[in-house]
Ligand binder design. Structure first.
Ligand SMILES: *Cc1c(COP(=O)(O)O)cnc(C)c1O
Length: 410
C-alpha cells in the first residue's frame, strides 16, 4: 500500500507529500487496506478451526483502528484498564475481550468483570486469589485461563521473548496444574482455558507449534483429571517483514495447529495478533531539518525522533527509510537522527540515501505496530498526529498534540 508512482511515494492513492503539506510532520500515516487485509487473511486462514482473533490493543490502539477491528466482529487482547476502556469505546464486544498481563490491579479486574469480558489470563497464584476475591465482592464469576510458560525459545530479541523459563511471564506447567485444581473448586472462578504467549516477531513456526503442543498436553492432562477446557489461547507473536525477513505463512500455522488440535474437538483457538496486523499498516513521515558531518560521519537531522518511534533505540530494530520524492542526487551513507538530547536518538543508522536537503520528506516504514503507542512527550515534544488513508481520502484520527496538551493537569 506504500508504493512509488511517478517518482512519488504514495499511500494507497494519495501522495504522502500531500499529507505532510496538510497535516505537518512528524505524522503517522496508516493505510486502511494495509490494516484490514491481515485481519481478513487471519479469518480466512483459520476458518476451518473454531477460533477467535483478539487483536492486541497495545501495538496500535487508536480508536479508529480499533473500530476497524470492531466492525469485523473481532475481539481484543488487552493488558490494562485503559486498553479495556479503548476497546469498549471503539465498539468491540466485551464478550470477545481477553485480558492478559502480569500486573492487573483490583480496580482493573473489577472494571473488566463489570464489563463482562470473555477471559482473564491469570499469571500467578496471588493474582488469581485477588481475582476470586474481587469477583466475590461483585457477586460475579470470572472466566479464567492460566498463562503457562512453555519454556520454549522463540529465537527473537530478548526484550520480546516472553516464554523462556526465566521470564517474568506465566506459570511453570507444574505450578499451573496445582493452581488449576485450586481454581476449579472456587465458586467465583470458572476455569475455561489455557494460555501462552511466547514472544513477538517469530520468524519460524516451530516454537509456536511446540508451545501449542505443550498446552495441548496440559489440556489432555486436565481432562483426565475431570477438568474440561473450552479455549486454547496461543497469544500473538506472528512475525512480519521489516526488510527481508521471511515469516511463515498463515497457511503453515493453520495446518500445523489443525494437526495439533485434532484430538481435542470442542476447543476454540484464540489468537492475539498485534504486530502481524499493524506493523506494515503505517509509516512515520518525517521532514529533514539539517544535514551535518562530524568527523567521518554524516547525519541527517529530522523533525521525528525517538519519542515518536522508540523501536530503533530500544530494540535496535531496523526500519526501512525511504525518500518520499527521490531527488536523483548521488547517494550517501547517513545516520537519520532526531532533535532529542540523547545519543540513542536515531531512526536509522548507516543508511544509503540520496543526499537530502532541508525540507525533504522521509518515510520510516513498518511503523504501525509499537510505534505511536510507545511514543512519549520526552523533551516536551507534542506527540505526532495520526492519519488514516482510504483510497484517495484521508482523515486525521488523532490531531497533533499542542503545548497546552503538554501541561494539562500540571
Ligand atoms: C504483546 C502481546 C501480544 C501481541 O504480540 P505481537 O507480537 O504484536 O503479535 C499478544 N498477547 C500478549 C499476551 C502480549 O503481551
Amino acid at each position: 500500500m506504500f508504493k512509488y508512482r511517478d517518482n512519488q511515494l504514495m499511500v494507497e492513492d494519495l501522495p504522502l507529500a500531500e499529507i505532510a503539506d496538510r497535516v505537518g510532520t512528524p505524522v503517522y500515516v496508516y493505510s486502511r487496506a494495509a490494516f484490514t487485509t491481515p485481519l481478513d487473511d487471519l479469518e480466512s486462514a483459520f476458518k476451518d478451526i473454531p477460533h477467535l482473533v483478539a487483536f492486541s490493543v497495545k501495538c496500535a490502539s487508536n480508536l479508529s483502528l480499533l473500530g476497524l477491528v470492531a466492525e469485523r466482529g473481532l475481539g481484543a487482547d488487552i493488558v490494562s484498564g485503559g486498553e479495556l476502556y479503548r476497546a469498549l469505546r471503539a465498539g468491540i464486544d466485551p464478550g470477545r475481550v481477553v485480558y492478559s498481563g502480569v500486573g492487573k490491579t483490583a480496580r482493573e479486574m473489577a472494571e473488566a468483570l463489570t464489563a463482562g469480558i470473555l477471559i482473564f489470563n491469570a499469571e500467578s497464584e496471588e493474582e488469581l486469589h485477588l481475582l476470586a476475591e474481587t469477583a466475590a465482592s461483585l457477586k460475579r464469576r470470572a472466566r479464567i485461563s492460566l498463562r503457562v510458560n512453555p519454556a520454549v525459545d522463540p529465537g527473537t530479541h530478548p526484550y520480546v521473548a516472553t516464554g523462556l523459563k526465566e521470564s517474568k511471564f506465566g506459570l511453570a506447567p507444574e505450578a499451573a496444574l496445582k493452581l488449576y485444581r485450586w481454581a476449579a473448586q472456587n465458586p467465583n472462578l470458572e476455569v475455561v482455558g489455557a494460555d501462552c504467549h511466547i514472544g513477538s516477531q517469530l520468524l519460524t513456526a516451530s516454537p509456536f507449534l511446540a508451545a501449542a503442543e505443550k498446552l495441548r498436553d496440559l489440556i489432555f492432562q486436565l481432562k483426565k483429571d475431570g477438568l474440561e477446557l473450552k479455549y486454547i489461547d496461543l497469544g500473538g507473536g506472528l512475525g512480519v517483514t521489516y526488510q527481508d525477513e521471511a515469516p511463515p505463512s498463515l497457511a503453515e500455522y493453520a495446518a500445523g495447529l489443525k494437526g495439533i488440535l485434532s484430538g481435542l474437538p470442542g476447543l476454540t483457538l484464540i489468537l492475539e495478533p498485534g504486530r502481524f496486523v499493524a506493523a506494515n499498516s503505517a509509516v512515520l513521515l518525517v521532514k529533514t531539518l539539517y544535514h551535518k558531518t562530524n568527523g567521518d560521519k554524516r547525519f541527517v537531522i529530522t523533525d521525528g525522533a525517538m519519542n515518536d518511534l522508540i523501536r530503533p533505540s530500544l530494540y535496535g530494530s531496523r526500519h526501512e527509510i525511504a525518500p518520499v520524492r527521490p531527488s536523483g542526487r548521488p547517494e550517501v551513507v547517513v545516520d537519520v537522527v532526531g532533535p532529542i538530547c540523547e545519543s540513542g536518538d536515531f531512526l536509522g543508522q548507516d543508511r544509503r540515501l540520496p543526499a537530502l536537503a532541508a525540507g525533504d520528506l522521509l518515510a520510516v516504514k513498518s511503523a504501525g505496530a509499537y510505534g505511536f503507542t510507545m511514543s512519549s512527550n520526552y523533551n516536551s515534544r507534542p506527540r505526532a498526529a495520526e492519519v488514516l488513508v482510504s483510497g484517495g481520502d484521508f482523515r486525521v484520527i488523532r490531531p497533533r498534540e499542542t503545548y497546552e496538551d503538554l501541561v494539562r493537569g500540571e
